[in-house]
Write a protein that binds this ligand. Structure first.
Ligand code: FE2
Length: 209
């Protein structure tokens, strides 16, 4: 039984990111789809009566499901928020939120770049439904997520995302990432997140940087 089906990659290459890198990266994504389906199948028959916090098959499956399932979701967000040479620009209200959250668009970008240089897995710009736009990093698919935050822009900084093209020059890869951002997708996510957000209103937010 399959629970998840892979989404197709809409492009073969990006500005500064080769077809080889994307092809291999997509294979990694397919692996998360396969493993998540396997875990879901095994969970159907896992013995709940033997559930235990030190070790139990049920516990291990539930734990690895968080890694595998987030591996699907984060890669889909990443691939979706890119398009060759980029498209569109941040909408005005998003710029307003970024200004209130970081001081300015430039400071947000500076912080997001530092985030990408610091993370071991993912750099994420998200709307924290209890406050404001927040940049946070994840060192693994299931390590570092801020609860009640909806991702707006996702950057994969695992070495498989850039090493074939940039070797150790991660900064060069991040600069290429910015050139490829599909802002129409980011704007749509921002609109959807705002609709779910009661506490977010820029004029009432404290400017704590
Ligand atoms: Fe990846």
């Amino acid at each position: 039984m399959s629970y998840f089906y892979p989404k197709p990659l809409r492009y073969q290459s990006l500005y500064g990111i080769s077809q080889l890198t994307l092809t291999e990266h997509y294979k990694i994504y397919l692996g998360y789809v396969e493993r998540t389906n396997e875990i879901r199948s095994l969970l159907l028959s896992a013995d709940r009566a033997k559930a235990n916090a030190t070790y139990s098959p049920y516990r291990e499956l539930k734990l690895e499901e968080t890694y595998s399932l987030n591996g699907i979701k984060l890669h889909e967000l990443y691939f979706e928020n890119l398009t060759p040479m980029g498209e569109g620009e941040p909408e005005q209200e998003l710029l307003l939120y970024l200004g209130r959250s970081f001081g300015s668009w430039e400071k947000w970008r500076e912080d997001f770049t530092a985030l990408g240089m610091s993370a071991r897995g993912w750099a994420i710009m998200a709307l924290d439904l209890d406050e404001k736009i927040r940049n946070f990093l994840q060192d693994a698919h299931n390590l570092g997520e801020i609860t009640r935050s909806l991702p707006l822009l996702v950057l994969d900084v695992y070495e498989h995302a850039y090493f074939l093209d940039y070797m150790t020059d991660r900064k060069g890869y991040i600069e290429a990432f910015f050139r490829n951002i599909h802002w129409g997708v980011v704007n749509r996510r921002f609109r959807q997140a705002l609709a779910a957000c009661n506490a977010c209103y820029p004029f009432f937010l404290p400017l704590d940087l």
